[in-house]
Design a protein around this ligand. Structure first.
Ligand code: MG
Length: 252
């Protein structure tokens, strides 16, 4: 069932989203070669706790981290580890969920560590741009979820990237994962109708190479099968009368 949020609920999600975004600001400022992915997790945890939030991902289906930290060919669900050291030229995705006052916001950014190669920079930029292209084109009342999905896929394909369909965006609010699913590919006009008050985590996941993925024995880490780079960008949005508003933004 898809729940529509009241203005009061949207304000609470915005407060969680403010904290999510503060994590990105702090991580981006601190990120440098030699840090571990566990160091990134600690920065995130400290921000979330000091702002009165709860790290939503911690213990979610047994996940060990406070946030997901996914390096290079890891697309999503990287488990923070003191053994994983960031190198110059890596790309690292930080996926953050924050719960405060019972409401969740969810977003992800892929950052460049030091001097990333041009192919890495382009992948990261196109992933982010595919989000904005899709929401600006399709996120408004009267359209369907499939219009957003189609736009993400169309933009990514046009730039030569494959798009993951095994994992999707989702409704978000009282829970981390609510209806509806928001795939990163689909038919125009298909899927649920977008309505004012619908809150969605829209999250393009793009691969430089083939679309095939593998899940490691830890049960979480999702990598590209061919070892090529993968990138992820996500925001929580609400559908408004005029289109949409992003609930997980701030100064970047
Ligand atoms: Mg999400």
């Amino acid at each position: 069932m898809i729940s529509l949020k009241s203005p009061r609920e949207i304000l609470l999600m915005k407060e969680s989203g403010r904290i999510v975004h503060m994590v990105f600001t702090k991580v981006k400022a601190a990120l440098k070669p030699g840090m571990t992915t566990l160091d990134v997790d600690k920065i995130a945890k400290d921000v979330i706790i000091s702002e009165g939030g709860i790290p939503t991902f911690k213990n979610y289906n047994g996940f060990k981290g406070n946030v997901c930290v996914s390096v290079n060919d890891t697309l999503i669900h990287g488990i923070p580890s003191k053994k994983e050291i960031l190198k110059d030229g890596d790309i690292v995705t930080v996926d953050v969920g924050v719960t405060k006052n019972g409401y969740v916001a969810d977003a992800a950014r892929t950052f460049l560590v030091g001097n990333a190669k041009e192919n890495a920079q382009t992948l990261v930029k196109v992933t982010e741009d595919s989000f904005w292209y899709a929401v600006n084109l399709a996120a408004k009342p009267g359209n369907h979820v499939g219009d957003i999905s189609h736009a993400v896929h169309e933009y990514a394909s046009r730039h030569g990237y494959t798009v993951t369909t095994e994992y999707t965006g989702h409704g978000v609010g009282r829970r981390l994962h609510e209806d509806p699913a928001v795939p990163n590919a689909g038919q125009k006009g298909s899927g649920p109708l977008l309505k004012v008050g619908m809150t969605l985590a829209i999250e393009p996941m793009l691969n430089e190479g083939l679309v095939d993925l593998v899940v490691l024995k830890d049960g979480w880490t999702v990598k590209t099968k061919d070892g090529k780079l993968a990138s992820h960008y996500e925001n929580t949005i609400v559908i408004t009368e005029n289109g949409y508003e992003v609930l997980t933004m701030g100064e970047e």
